[in-house]
Design a protein around this ligand. Structure first.
Ligand code: F6R
Length: 391
């Protein structure tokens, strides 16, 4: 079943273009390729789009396959555990911006016992690959008890969470076997963006040019992920050889990049058993900078144009203390790469909202390569289970 791959995790990392292609099939048409031929690099923006581009009618039609969402709500909560919580943070940022609704992400275990102040005018979206996670299910039931309308984003469609929520958005990412979640994560992020678009449209707060641009970006995304995989796999292996016996690694980002940093550190620590920590750029000075010394590995994310200058300042602070910095940056922040000994520059023309999906790919590859280089069982890390059905 692993085919040509050594491990399920590597197979699932490489299945991302295909998985996203399936989730986005209603936008891209059934024949659209999920995977660029290996080594051919990025195709950029010039391909003819299946629905043509432009008219707001086509855009509205383009989202009709998504669950109908209640518009009479005042806020949106995204609730999940682990990797799915990182996707929830991104989903909340999308809904806040595109649907113009106060939105937040919460850990399911905190939500269910934290007396959340939700009610009939709070939309609660739970995100879960397995659809069986005990805390996420508990949170869903608590939200329903409080009268909130609920939506589940799940990969396993017949799962308990999928059955119990009022509405379901299936991820269609295919079976995920490796304990460390990869293709489900990128699908969850895209699903969050689709829900935000749907809600924004239903509420009439989304300009057609804005939604049109994002939908066009989504259509191109699977090929861009394929190109990222093709280019970065060998580079991340090289970096892993250098970093695999270090003790602590730090992942730093701001805004959406913080969610990606959190996901990168979780992936690395759960399969490599190295200590990794994610933090907001602005928090560096408030404690963690004392741990940044000569040769400490730092992964800096600066993909969001409005925050790139601030992140450059933070990374400079780590550099001047001798950190070894890998940066993942947008094309307009190329200056930041001068600080780094290795950099991943995202392609031109990708909407900042879509960049987390591309930015996480090298971090998945890095985590995989570090664990593999340490001779570990990548698919079944110690002490962890794929589906956490007890609290
Ligand atoms: C990490 C990982 C876990 C899960 C978490 C939630 O790679 O896989 O953190 O994301 O246990 O699981 P689901 O999404 O099945 O609710």
């Amino acid at each position: 079943l692993k085919g040509a791959f050594d491990d399920y995790m590597l197979k699932e990392i490489h299945e991302q273009p295909e998985a996203l292609g399936r989730l986005l099939e209603p936008l891209r048409g059934p024949g659209a390729p999920g995977r660029a031929p290996l080594g051919r690099g990025a195709r950029n923006g010039s391909r003819t789009l299946p629905n043509g581009r432009g008219t707001s009618e086509a855009q509205v039609a383009g989202l009709r396959w998504l669950p109908e969402l209640p518009t009479n709500v005042d806020e949106v909560w995204f609730v999940a555990c682990g990797t799915a919580y990182h996707a929830a943070r991104l989903a909340a940022s999308y809904t806040d911006e595109l649907a113009d609704l106060p939105s937040r992400a919460e850990l399911a275990s905190e939500f269910r016992y934290g007396q959340p102040r939700v009610g009939p005018r709070s939309l609660v979206v739970v995100i879960s690959q397995s659809g069986e996670t005990a805390d996420t299910l508990g949170a869903l039931r608590e939200a329903q008890r409080l009268g909130a309308p609920t939506v589940a984003v799940v990969n396993v469609e017949g799962s308990t969470i999928g059955r119990e929520a009022d509405q379901v958005l299936p991820l269609r990412a295919g079976d995920e076997i490796a304990v460390a979640s990869t293709k489900a994560f990128t699908a969850q992020v895209v699903a969050g963006l689709l829900l935000a678009l749907r809600l924004g449209q239903a509420r009439g707060v989304l300009r057609p040019e804005r939604s049109g641009g994002i939908l066009e970006g989504l259509r191109l995304l699977p090929e861009q992920v394929a190109a990222m995989l093709a280019v970065q796999e060998a580079r991340m292996q090289e970096l892993a050889t250098r970093w695999r016996d270090r003790r602590d690694l730090f992942f730093i980002g701001r805004g959406r990049d913080l969610a990606v940093a959190m996901e990168g550190q979780l992936k690395l620590k759960e399969i490599s058993y190295l200590h990794a920590e994610a933090l907001a750029g602005g928090e560096l000075k408030h404690g963690t900078l004392s741990l940044i010394t000569e040769g400490v590995p730092v992964v800096g994310l600066a993909t969001q144009p409005d925050l790139a200058v601030k992140m450059a300042g933070n990374l400079q602070e780590t550099r001047s203390r001798g950190a070894e910095v890998l940066v993942v940056v947008g094309p307009e922040a190329e200056g930041v790469t001068e600080l780094a000994f290795m950099s991943v520059v995202l392609p031109q023309g990708v909407d900042p909202l879509l960049r987390p999906v591309l930015a996480v790919v090298p971090l998945q590859l890095l985590a995989y390569a570090v664990a593999k280089g340490r001779g570990l069982d990548v698919d079944k890390p110690r002490n962890l289970a794929k589906s956490v059905t007890v609290e």
